[in-house]
Design a binder for this molecule. Structure first.
Ligand code: ADP
Length: 814
């Protein structure tokens, strides 16, 4: 008999034809209603997996495409079986769906449903997308349920694994200290906690082959330190076997993944992650590239509900690759930060070195500059080109040293920034005015336009450096024409504009002009000496003020330098805390290497006669230089340190002490303290000399009671003028003291005289009284009182003239 539709090719078609349907409630095939036959025929002729439940017993029919979903265990037994029995494992949720179709004709279904069943000898993680549809019998009732389904296991699981891998790619947090990447490894383990369907548990070991052991870095899904995850694995061949030790040893040696397939036979049940069953398999894989000094081993358990197939191996391989990448990144980051730290350390050392060297250079520079200045002041050597050149170059060196010192301070963050509300225009005007004579000498017109106050919070010392550098450049690089200095308030900024009609700067040099040690080397540039540090310092100082420094320039026409710093709002009522201090000792000449070196301070004869100055310095050259410099002013005695000075001072009572600060035994500040403690010497003024030109040492010195403070290097003229001033003060004090002593002596004399007069008068009066000569008594008393009152008047003054009226003057009648 022909069975249309049931004669299709294929295994299930043949099985259905052969099956003994008479033994089932479906009845012999010939008796099947058309609806059943048609549906089975359709099923056998489609490539979609289909399953039919027919009749009250829900007899099962399925096609070739459905067969793989049944695995080896259920096929072919499922054919012709009753639905409830065949699918007993999943009937719990399949049953209600089928019942709804059979009784109500409902059309239901669901996507990616987990339907775990044992089709290959173990419970497997399987996903289906189903649709349940009614098949109507001839009488219009629902005769069966057609299940069209699609297994989506591969899709569901690969999406899940993809999510795991993506999560691992970003799981490692940056750690401050992660030299071997262990912390990164722990981060990735922690990220695996949501991936327990694919990786029920994982362990990460750090292998040290030389010690023959591996240390546990971390775990997920299994307790670290438990029997199944020992803290330390003994890897020596002779050591008793421990969980994982074989696998870890094998991976450490071969640097290749190692699979364990018999976990369930070797140990008690292990944690199954998302599944109740203990994993049967695990994979151990190397972590960290071959360049990685440490070798880590990652052990990942394989889900009990999946075969370790190629896709699973690939997934676990990619997982360990993510660990390797994260560990390598961490190690690299650690190495980079160590390198950065080493560089910073080197930088600090360099800055400290620069700063020390600069300090140290200042003392010998003083020793060079002082005598050179003396030579320049002496008629026979003043004109010598050698002396002038030596002096010029020593000053250039000094300028370089000072700028380097500024840089080292900025780099070390030690450049004290003391912003104060300031009239920038006025300060700039003061600084610019220092260039008046220099500009005139060079035939340049200096136009200063700083009349309108412009207020800003600036550090005055720094601003002076900015102005001096930019203006001195303008003067230096301009041969004819003018140099303009202007300060204005523009868009919330205090803006310094220094323009010149000088040589200009080639456009390709403009971007480099503020770099350290950059000097333009064009044909235009005259052979002007410079360091290439000035503008770099200007920009650093502007930056410290949250400001900018830029230049616009046209070669052959001129340049305009613009330095802007945030201004204070002119509408704000800003109190300028103190008037501008014009006492800053700016040596404009020192900015100019080719400036005529002269400050007109010839050696003058000492005004204080035989004043005695005690010079204290541990450096012999410095002592001798000071002695020479001060010889015209005073008798100079020399001491080598604070203690020596104290001994000499006690012996000679100097009028003034000039002392270095840094000395062995007792330093300058210690000497000051010792002097102040001795009544005889407490008043002796002390001038401190220090190589540290910074504010702090100045304050420390003055706090300790120094009369004055000179920062090295100083010029002979400067030294002499300070010494002269202090000696003059001493002379004045001495003169005043002498006057006071004289006045005191006179008063004592007068008081004695007064006493004598009164006593004499009393004696005469007593004798006259005894002789009964009353007139004589009166006259003796009168003369005694007159004498006394004259003295008292002299002593105290007598504006009312009362003392001058004696009883005799009042015509006393006896
Ligand atoms: P220095 O003047 O000591 O060489 P600076 O850092 O002050 O160092 O200046 C860097 C370079 O910029 C100078 O060598 C000079 O070539 C160029 N320069 C600076 N100011 C001017 C200016 N006003 N006109 C032309 N060139 C200038």
């Amino acid at each position: 008999m022909t069975l249309p539709g049931l004669d299709a090719a294929g295994e299930m078609s043949a099985r259905i034809r052969r099956h003994d349907w008479a033994a089932t409630s479906a009845g012999p095939i010939e008796s099947w209603p058309t609806s059943l036959r048609t549906t089975v025929g359709t099923m056998l002729n489609t490539r979609y997996p289909m399953l039919l439940f027919w009749g009250p017993d829900l007899i099962c029919f399925y096609n070739d495409a459905f067969r793989p979903s049944l695995g080896a265990e259920m096929h072919p037994g499922a054919l012709g079986g009753a639905g409830r029995e065949v699918w007993s494992e999943v009937w719990e949720f399949t049953g209600p769906q089928v019942e709804a179709v059979m009784t109500q004709g409902a059309n239901t279904g669901f996507d990616d449903q987990l339907v775990p069943f044992d089709r290959n000898g173990y419970y497997e993680e399987i996903y289906f997308t189903y649709s349940y549809s009614p098949v109507y019998a001839e009488d219009g009732t629902v005769g069966g349920t057609l299940v069209v389904c699609n297994e989506t296991t591969t899709q569901v699981i690969s999406e899940r694994r993809m999510t795991t891998l993506q999560g691992l790619a970003t799981a490692a947090d940056p750690h401050d200290h992660d030299p071997n990447g262990a912390a990164a490894g722990r981060d990735l383990l922690a990220a695996l906690v949501t991936s327990d369907a694919d990786i029920p548990f994982a362990l990460l070991y750090d292998v040290s082959p030389e010690q023959g052991e591996a240390a546990l870095i971390g775990t997920v899904g299994i307790a670290a330190g438990s029997v199944d995850a020992p803290w330390v694995l003994d890897l020596r061949p002779e050591a008793p076997a421990m969980p994982w030790s074989d696998a870890v040893r094998a991976v450490a040696e071969r640097r290749r993944p190692f699979e364990i397939h018999d976990l369930h036979q070797r140990w008690a049940p292990l944690p199954g992650g998302a599944w109740p069953e203990s994993p049967r398999e695990a994979v151990a894989a190397p972590v960290g590239g071959s360049a990685h000094a440490h070798s880590f081993v990652l052990i990942t358990a394989v889900s009990a509900r999946k075969r370790l197939n190629a896709a699973y191996r690939r997934f676990l391989g990619l997982t360990s690759d993510q660990f390797s990448a994260a560990v390598a990144r961490a190690v690299r980051r650690h190495q980079e930060s160590e390198r950065a730290e080493r560089l910073a350390e080197l930088d600090r050392a360099k800055t400290a070195f620069l700063s020390t060297v600069s300090h140290e250079l200042r003392t010998p520079l003083t020793l060079v500059l002082g005598p050179l200045q003396n030579l320049l002041e002496q008629p026979d050597t003043a004109g010598s080109p050698e002396v002038q050149s030596a002096y010029r170059n020593a000053r250039r060196l000094l300028r370089l040293v000072n700028t380097l010192l500024d840089f080292s301070r900025i780099e070390a963050g030690r450049m004290a920034f003391r912003p104060r509300p300031t009239d920038v225009a006025a300060l700039t005007r003061d600084c610019a005015s220092l260039f008046t004579s220099l500009a005139a000498a060079r035939g340049l017109e200096l136009r200063v336009d700083c009349a309108e106050p412009v207020l800003a919070e600036i550090d005055r010392d720094m601003w002076e450096k900015i102005v001096l550098n930019v203006v001195s450049n303008a003067v230096k690089y301009t041969r004819h024409g003018h140099v303009g200095v202007r300060v204005e308030h523009r868009d919330g900024s205090a803006v310094l504009v220094v323009s010149d009609s000088g040589i200009g700067i080639p456009s390709d040099e403009v971007p480099l002009i503020f770099d350290r040690f950059h000097r333009t080397l064009s044909d235009l540039t005259p052979s002007v000496e410079g360091t290439g540090l000035g503008l770099a310092l200007v920009r650093e100082l502007a930056t410290i003020h949250d400001g900018t420094a830029v230049v616009h320039s046209t070669p052959g026409v001129g340049s305009t330098f613009v330095v802007s710093v945030p201004a204070l709002d002119p509408a704000d009522d800003v109190m300028l805390p103190e008037p501008l201090d014009n006492g800053h000792a700016i040596d404009v000449d020192a900015l100019f290497d080719d400036a005529a070196a002269s400050n007109g301070n010839g050696a003058e004869a000492a005004s204080g006669g035989a004043a005695r100055v005690l010079v204290v310095d541990d450096n012999r050259d410095m002592r001798e230089f000071l002695a020479r410099a001060l010889a015209p002013l005073a008798e100079v005695d020399l001491a080598e340190d604070g203690r020596d000075a104290l001994i000499r001072a006690r012996r000679q009572s100097p009028d003034l002490i000039v002392s270095d600060v840094m000395m062995p035994v007792i330093d300058g500040v210690g000497l000051l303290a010792a002097l102040r403690a001795e009544p005889e010497l407490a008043e002796v003024p002390v001038i401190l000399l220090s190589a540290r030109a910074d504010h702090e040492s100045l304050i420390a010195g003055l706090d300790a009671g120094a009369a004055d403070f000179l920062a090295k290097p100083f010029s002979t003229g400067e030294l002499r003028s300070r010494v002269r001033t202090n000696l003059a003060a001493v002379q004045l004090r001495k003169a005043r003291a002498a006057d006071a002593a004289e006045a005191l002596r006179r008063r004592e004399q007068q008081a004695l005289e007064l006493n004598d007069r009164i006593v004499q008068g009393m004696i005469v009066a007593r004798m006259a009284l005894d002789a009964g000569q009353l007139e004589t008594v009166v006259s003796a008393l009168d003369s005694s009182i007159k004498g006394a009152s004259t003295i008292i008047t002299e002593l105290l003054g007598d504006p009312a003239g009362l003392l001058r009226s004696t009883p005799a003057d009042l015509e006393m009648n006896p």
